[in-house]
Design a protein around this ligand. Structure first.
Ligand SMILES: Nc1nc(=O)c2c([nH]1)NC[C@@H]1CN(c3ccc(C(=O)N[C@@H](CCC(=O)O)C(=O)O)cc3)CN21
Ligand SMILES: CC(C)C(=O)C(=O)O
Length: 282
């Protein structure tokens, strides 16, 4: 497993970090087997797996349930899990309790928290408690209704400067990494150069220290609209649908199952289950 120290070293040596989300045992296992550097149990879970139209309905319970499955499939990959909507905003005590549960029950290596403001001091508290934290700035989907939609952030100089100072503050609190989502590439480059912790981008250009994508976007699985920043490598939707159609046809046609896919018994065993019909006396 790559540790947070090794991930920081990758940045120093200009080695790009490939991160991918996973939400269950098979996605985690395949991501690990393919060799991803880090896994994110993102709260995008709510949208791509649970069918909500935002990440807001996702609960700590949901994250733990899926996080446990991911860690069973990714025992040897550094795994970050999202603290969901409002689970780190009620009070410091509530935040610490939920963070403790998420770490202890899932076995994840780190937690990710969106935003700055009050979140900055919380990142310091969690770090002091022994929990590695990844920050998340730019488009922070848990605030979609405050931001007024899933839109590019940090486009004017004031917003860009605020984002840079937030990034520095998050690093000062001990964060081990930062996700930058949907910001202009020039701003991402600025943050990448300013920080010594890895900056992982999504819709933030190529000059980040690494990239993260949503698993279901990468393979086009169950999603039908892809954001412009996604690179997709497979159309699982088409392949899965045509496989299921072929199965339906085979069942309807009576060509599945064939004889080889069926279980057989010896002829002489038949009489008993048919009530002994073949002894000739009935
Ligand atoms: N399937 C999926 N992929 C993701 O990357 C993702 C999620 N879900 N859910 C949680 C957040 C929400 N994200 C999103 C969702 C939509 C856009 C989007 O439609 N963006 C527009 C740009 C709009 C603008 O120009 O300001 C785009 O065309 O890409 C971006 C990020 C990223 N995350
Ligand atoms: C899009 C990534 C960065 C994320 O936060 C998620 O998957 O929830």
């Amino acid at each position: 497993m790559k540790t947070s120290t090794q991930l920081k070293k990758m940045k120093q040596e200009n080695q790009k970090i490939a991160m991918l989300t996973a939400y269950d045992y098979p996605s985690a296992k395949l991501a690990q087997d393919a060799g991803v550097d880090m896994i994110l149990v993102g709260d995008s879970l709510g949208m791509v797996v649970l069918g909500y139209d935002s990440t807001i309905p996702v609960t700590v319970e949901d994250m733990i349930h899926h996080g446990k499955a991911v860690k069973r499939g990714a025992t040897d990959t550094f795994t970050v899990i999202d603290m969901p909507f409002m689970s780190y905003h009620i009070s410091e005590e509530e935040t610490m309790k939920q963070a403790m549960r998420m770490m202890q029950e899932t076995g994840a290596e780190a937690l990710k928290l969106e935003g700055a403001g009050d979140v900055i001091s919380i990142i310091g508290r969690l770090t002091k408690g022994g929990i590695p934290v990844v920050g998340h700035l730019g488009l922070t989907p848990q605030s979609v209704h405050v931001l007024g939609g899933y839109r590019v952030q940090g486009k004017d100089s004031q917003a860009a400067e605020q984002l840079i100072s937030d990034a520095v503050a998050i690093q000062q609190q001990g964060a081990i990494g930062l996700v930058l989502e949907c910001v202009p590439k020039q701003l991402a480059r600025e943050v990448q150069q300013k920080l010594h912790i890895p900056v992982i981008g999504i819709g933030a250009g190529v000059e980040c220290d690494g990239q993260v994508l949503v698993y279901h976007d990468l393979i086009q699985y169950g999603v039908d609209r892809l954001p412009k920043f996604v690179q997709s490598y497979l159309n699982a939707n088409e392949q899965i649908k045509s496989s299921i159609s072929a199965y339906i046809k085979d069942v309807h046609d009576g060509t599945f199952p064939n004889d080889e896919q069926s279980f057989h018994m010896k002829e002489e065993s038949l009489p008993r289950i048919y009530g002994g019909q073949s002894d000739g006396n009935h």
